[in-house]
Write a protein of this length. Structure first.
Length: 201
C-alpha cells in the first residue's frame, strides 16, 4: 500500500467560475494519492460553481469580492492576508480571472501556479481557442506555469497538445483542451510536491 507523506502539500486554490480544474485536483488527491491537501478555496465571484465543489468536498471556502474594493492594491492586500492565514505551500490559480499586482505576485514568487488555455507563449489573454483557430494553428493546448508579474508569462512547467481539426470550433477545441488541463494541472502539482521542478527557472 502506498503511503502518503506525513505532511501533504498545503494548497490554496483561487477560482472565479466553474472550478473543473479544482475538481480535477480534488479527485487526484482522493483517488490517486496526490500528496496534497486543498486547505482553502477562494473566489472573487459569489456565484462561482467551484464554491459548491469546495463545499461538497468539505473544504473551507471564501468569497472575496473585488466589488468591495475600489483599489486593486487594497483587494490584493486583503487576498494576500487571507491566503497567508492558511500558510500554504503552493497557491493554485484555477480560472482566477484577475490581473494581479506585482507586489502580490512577488510575495508568492515560485509558490504560485496558473493554468492557461494555450501553448504559451502563444495566445496570452482571453478567447484563446478562437484565436488559435483564426491563426490557423495546427496544434493547440494548455500550459501550467509559475506566475510572474507579466500576464500569462513565467516559466512553463508542463504543456499538453491536441491537433486542430478542420471542423473544430472554439467550443470543440475548448472541450478537448479542458480535458488536457485536468490531466496536467494535478501532474504539475505532483512534480512540485516531489521537488522535481527546477525552481531556479
Ligand atoms: C480554464 O480553461 C483555464 O485554463 C482558464 O480558465 C478556465 C477555468 O476553468 N484560465 C485562464 O484563461 C487564465 N488566463 P475551470 O473554472 O472549469 O477550472
Amino acid at each position: 500500500m502506498s503511503q502518503k507523506p506525513a505532511t501533504p502539500l498545503r494548497l490554496v486554490v483561487l477560482i472565479s467560475g466553474n472550478g473543473s480544474n479544482l475538481q480535477a485536483i480534488i479527485d487526484e488527491i482522493n483517488n490517486n494519492d496526490l500528496p496534497a491537501q486543498v486547505v482553502a478555496v477562494i473566489s472573487n465571484k459569489a456565484e462561482a460553481y467551484g464554491l459548491e465543489r469546495a463545499k461538497k468536498a468539505n473544504i473551507q471556502h471564501h468569497v472575496l469580492s473585488n466589488k468591495d474594493y475600489s483599489e486593486r492594491s487594497d483587494y490584493d492586500a486583503a487576498l494576500k492576508e487571507l491566503i497567508d492565514s492558511y500558510q500554504p505551500d503552493l497557491i493554485i490559480l484555477a480560472g482566477f480571472m484577475r490581473i494581479l499586482s506585482n507586489e502580490f505576485v512577488e510575495h508568492f514568487s515560485h509558490k504560485m501556479m496558473n493554468i492557461h488555455p494555450s501553448l504559451l507563449p502563444k495566445h496570452k489573454g482571453l478567447n484563446t481557442h478562437q484565436r488559435a483557430l483564426d491563426a490557423g494553428e495546427k496544434e493547440h493546448g494548455c500550459s501550467v506555469h509559475f506566475v510572474t508579474p507579466e500576464l500569462d508569462d513565467g516559466p512553463v512547467i508542463l504543456q499538453a497538445k491536441t491537433p486542430v481539426k478542420d471542423n473544430d470550433t472554439a467550443e470543440t477545441l475548448a472541450a478537448r483542451v479542458h480535458e488536457l488541463e485536468h490531466r496536467i494541472y494535478p501532474q504539475a502539482i505532483r512534480l512540485f510536491a516531489e521537488n522535481k521542478i527546477n525552481q531556479a527557472e
